[in-house]
Design a protein around this ligand. Structure first.
Ligand SMILES: Cc1cc2nc3c(=O)[nH]c(=O)nc-3n(C[C@H](O)[C@H](O)[C@H](O)COP(=O)(O)O)c2cc1C
Length: 217
């Protein structure tokens, strides 16, 4: 059991990335750690999504009920796990906007030494899923954080025939989204949450001013 605190930040439109986020949060709690599950803003134009689809409407209702993430949620946690749908082989604009919004934390060096991990959902198996996952990890390195993935000792990672990656948790929902999130993908997501919770309990954050470093010769 660990006393660590983990913040999970998610963007999701049809609910599959949110399902991964919930499984990750369950994994965090399974270790006795505290979790905050938060969303980001909804900034995209409405025409880009299926606003009439029942699964979309239900997922958006659930999504909007989550608290909106703030910089304070990142400062509170020793572990941060963020994820979004894959959009054109990249993270979504709302999550990217949130990462830009918390830039003052970078200047303060506030996240140095914390543990970071990522997750994503994509329609296709080979259309940007892992690229998105890897690029979701890069801002953590810019913040001076240490990265966590999923080891192959997690049996579902060896047996999955859909999502799940050593680089983080993923799901592959299919071209029309009907494949959903399967049990292997959920188990891998839970394992990621549990691992970050444990690692975050061991690693000591080392906040240090980037500003001072810039002006010291
Ligand atoms: C604007 C847009 C761009 C997308 N780009 C990709 C893509 O590059 N690769 C892919 O596999 N799926 C792509 N998708 C599909 C989503 O990644 C997929 O539906 C995902 O499961 C949605 O996650 P959600 O259920 O959390 O909203 C795109 C969807 C939209 C709406």
């Amino acid at each position: 059991m660990t006393q660590s605190r983990v913040t999970v930040i998610v963007d999701s439109r049809y609910g599959s990335t949110l399902a991964l986020a919930r499984a990750i949060a369950d994994g965090v709690v399974s270790q006795g750690a505290e979790v905050r599950l938060c969303r980001v803003s909804i900034v995209e134009p409405e025409f880009s999504v299926d606003v009439e689809r029942p699964d979309f409407v239900a997922a958006q209702k659930e999504y909007r009920e989550l608290p909106r993430a703030t910089a304070a949620d990142l400062e509170w946690a020793q572990g941060i796990i963020w994820g979004s749908p894959t959009r054109y082989g990249l993270m979504s604009t709302p999550l990217r906007a949130f990462i830009d919004e918390v830039a003052p934390l970078w200047r303060q060096g506030a996240l140095i030494g914390k543990v970071g991990a990522a997750f994503t959902s994509s329609g296709g198996m080979h259309s940007g899923n892992e690229v998105t996952l890897l690029t979701l990890l890069l801002p953590f390195l810019q913040h001076g954080m240490v990265l966590a993935g999923v080891p192959h000792s997690v049996p579902e990672l060896v047996h999955t025939d859909k999502g799940g990656s050593p680089y983080g948790a993923t799901t592959v929902t299919g071209f029309d989204g009907t494949r959903g999130v399967d049990e292997n993908e959920r188990a891998i997501a839970r394992a990621l949450g549990a691992r970050v919770a444990r690692l975050a309990g061991w690693v000591k954050p080392e906040p240090a001013s980037v500003e001072l470093a810039a002006y010291s010769v």
